[in-house]
Design a protein around this ligand. Structure first.
Ligand code: ADP
Ligand code: MG
Length: 742
């Protein structure tokens, strides 16, 4: 049998179990072998019966003298009672509701039993112990699976007991382990003191001791991180073999630009700009992530990079996630660049226009021609210049959009810009003799902890804006317990009377609450009869966004009808049509509404300087960094602003966690805290990623990650295509199919 064999080929697994395993995503032998225990029961306390003490967990081994079933007086529970003796004494054993045991365990047999010793007035007894038959008193503990050792306990799943998994896994491991070949290069294993695959696989399921269990875990953590690193670094190195426009730096021009700004650049902005401009000079494409809190001034940095690129004769595409943001950028950037002879265009799903030219109502096709080949548009007076900077939405990466010579792509507020999308943009560069790939600058306000930057985002170089422009107002942040809710509403009312506006953010309702809630069921339940797994037809993501919508609708109703009937309340959520969303956002920006209730996922990246309160419901459900980002949406104007964190959770731990945000204004610090407390889920879609849980936990282990990255770098330097490591290559291929880090 091979690792790639289907589980159907494993003896002793019937069709019912195949189904259950498949449901867990376990299809191949390797899936089953890599279904790891999440803890171990320590049954290593093997003692003779005369030594057992009440309250301890003990393993005894002895002969069954008698075994029988009886019912309790209420007749509800079946009790199986046995008497076991081992030469030093005898002890009673009791199991509840497992009447079938009498068919399996017979008087005269020798058994090994592990469990808790309890006490009644009839004396000591072993309560519901794990059991297994042994052939004689002289057996090896290592031959046991369920008792007398560190016994693996697997994550609880419906209908799949740990006992059953052990029963399947033990013989399977015995069979397959001699055939296993380790794909990790021996020199790495030696250097990093890593267990061999066979040993680790055996020891993670059936460890000799706790140390071996831990070492095995480390091996698999290393292995998975190593594959992540290889994949990311290969992507990175592959790109470095491509050609990109070599954009010479124009320091003079950048100085001129910054001298004309109404403010002084921060040191962080200068440094980031410098890093980018250094990259643009290189012959291979830049892949850089510019990270900085909301308001840290990423746009100016991007504009300086764009200016430099355009002055060298190349075009720049600037992509925003929504129409409103694209429009906002179009206006802001046009203002910033008004003293420069640069043609700026806006391209969204419905709009296409060019600033400062006579091309007022340009048809879309003509606009597109203007990006590609302006010569054909001579009929427009003085418009023979191509569009240098195209700002837009996803409309920018449609097939019809072709550039004359695209030199750089800037992506705003989209965590990740896929390799595929970049390839699309690159291929749109039609008019060149040699194909080049544009430089990429991706910007995000999500602070990414260092360890994740080196793994999940390991193919990107990083520039940080870890400093806010001077003179930003401090936002007053408060944790609001239920008792202070009324007071908070009164305060909001007063702010609105002063002319200010309010954001309200709602968390998603927890999954357990959704499934119990009828109104959530998107289909008539009648149609679902016989489709027990209908829930799996709705993806997790959908479930979550549904629950958010529900929360927003309820909050909207409450605020508009009960709390603030005199104010204009609007709501915004992901299930609305984008036209509708745009309208509501615009209304809010134009002050046609006072309060905007919104989901957390909705784009609130828009600038509303008149909004002074950010009120976050169920604040304890969010990560600290996320709360910090919400907070950054206010305090953009002249008025004192506030952030209210509402929580119904009385737990001291919750309060402690939230308190960090009262004093800390550094998104990166908060993100590191989140990663420690909540794991990497806040930073990328862990559920869909395909990364196993045990690796997730290691995604915050910076020293380990650095070590792994070093090894991955080393091997790729020697063997860029890993040709000398066929096993590793194969494993990496599998990994790419399984894991999606976008
Ligand atoms: P973000 O990083 O969130 O994209 P923006 O680029 O939108 O931030 O900048 C936020 C605001 O700060 C803008 O109005 C911008 O003009 C201003 N700004 C940028 N850099 C500075 C600076 N160094 N000093 C003062 N204001 C700045
Ligand atoms: Mg921005």
């Amino acid at each position: 049998m091979t690792l790639n064999a289907l589980i159907e080929e494993i003896p002793r697994i019937g069709p019912a179990y195949i189904k259950k395993l498949n449901k867990l995503g376990i299809k191949k032998v390797s899936d089953l072998l890599f279904h790891f225990p999440h803890r171990y029961d320590d049954f290593t306390n093997i003692i003779s019966i005369n030594k057992v003490k009440a309250g301890e967990t003990a393993t005894i081994q002895g002969k069954i003298l008698e075994i029988k079933n009886s019912r309790t007086w209420k007749k509800r529970i079946v009790i199986t009672e046995a008497l076991i003796e081992d030469g030093t004494g005898a002890i009673r054993v009791i199991w509840f509701n497992q009447p079938f045991l009498v068919n399996n365990l017979k008087p005269g047999q020798i058994v090994s039993l592990s469990g808790k010793v309890s006490f009644t007035n009839e004396g000591l007894y072993l309560s519901s112990p794990a059991y297994e038959k042994v052939s004689s008193f002289k057996f090896q503990v290592s031959s046991l699976a369920h008792t007398a050792r560190l016994v693996p306990v697997y994550p609880e799943t419906e209908g799949l007991s740990s006992r059953w998994l052990r029963y399947i896994l033990k013989p399977l491991l015995e069979k397959i382990i001699p055939e296993l070949k380790d794909f990790l290069p021996p020199e790495i294993k030696k250097r990093q003191k890593i267990l061999d695959l066979s040993l680790a696989l055996w020891q993670i399921h059936f460890p000799k001791n706790k140390k071996m269990a831990e070492l095995s875990r480390q091996r698999f953590a290393f292995e998975e991180l190593f594959l992540i690193q290889l994949e990311r670094l290969q992507t990175k190195k592959r790109l470095q073999r491509e050609k990109a426009p070599q954009v010479l730096q124009n320091i003079q021009l950048i100085k001129e630009f910054s001298a004309n700004l109404p403010f002084k650049l921060t040191d962080a902005q200068r440094k980031a700009t410098w890093e980018i401009i250094q990259d643009l000079k290189k012959s291979y494409p830049m892949s850089r992530l510019l990270e900085g809190d909301v308001g840290s001034g990423k746009t100016v940095v991007a504009v300086m990079a764009a200016l430099n690129t355009i002055s060298a004769g190349w075009q720049v595409a600037f992509m925003a996630p929504t129409e409103i943001l694209a429009q906002q950028h179009f206006q802001e950037i046009s203002k910033l660049l008004k003293n420069f002879k640069i043609t700026i265009g806006l391209l969204t799903g419905k709009e296409s226009k060019i600033k400062k030219t006579k091309l007022k109502d340009l048809k879309r096709e003509e606009f597109l021609k203007q990006i590609l080949d302006p010569i054909t548009l001579k009929k427009y007076n003085g418009a023979s210049k191509k569009i240098d900077l195209v700002i837009g939405t996803h409309a920018l990466i449609q097939e019809k959009v072709k550039f004359k010579n695209l030199g750089m792509v800037i992506i705003d507020e989209q965590h990740r810009f896929g390799t595929e999308q970049r390839a699309k943009l690159a291929s749109s560069n039609q008019k060149q003799e040699t194909r080049t790939i544009p430089h990429l600058l991706s910007m995000t306000a999500t602070p990414i902890p260092r360890s994740l930057a080196l793994t999940v985002y390991g193919d990107l170089d990083l520039s940080l804006l870890d400093e806010m422009p001077k003179g930003r107002q401090k936002i007053i942040t408060k944790i609001v317990p239920p008792t202070a809710r009324k007071e908070t509403y009164d305060f909001i009312k007063k702010e609105v009377e002063k002319g200010r506006q309010i954001f309200v953010i709602c968390p998603r309702i927890e999954k357990s609450q959704i499934t119990n809630h009828k109104s959530f069921t998107p289909l008539d339940s009648k149609h679902l009869t016989g489709q027990a797994n209908y829930k799996s037809q709705i993806t997790n993501k959908e479930m979550l966004s549904w629950s958010e919508v529900k929360a927003v609708k309820e909050e909207y109703k409450k605020l508009s009808k009960e709390i603030f009937p005199d104010l204009k309340v609007e709501m915004l959520h992901g299930k609305m049509k984008s036209k509708e969303k745009e309208k509501i956002m615009k209304n809010f920006k134009k002050k046609k509404s006072d309060i905007l209730v919104s989901t957390s996922v909705i784009e609130v990246g828009i600038d509303v300087p008149n909004a002074t309160i950010m009120m976050i419901e169920g604040a304890d459900r969010f990560g600290l960094a996320q709360l910090h980002q919400f907070r950054g949406r206010v305090g953009r104007g002249l008025h004192q602003s506030y952030c209210f964190l509402l929580t119904d959770s009385p737990a001291k731990k919750t309060y402690q966690r939230l308190k960090a945000i009262l004093t800390c204004e550094n998104g990166f610090e908060l993100a590191e805290k989140d990663l420690k407390i909540r794991g990497p889920g806040d930073f990328f879609g862990t559920r869909q990623s395909g990364i196993p849980d045990f690796t997730m936990r290691n995604l915050s282990d910076l020293p380990l990650i650095k070590k792994v990255r070093q090894e991955a770098n080393l091997i790729l330097e020697k063997e860029p295509n890993l040709e000398k490591y066929p096993l590793l290559l194969e494993k990496l291929k599998e990994f790419k199919k399984r894991v999606h880090l976008e």
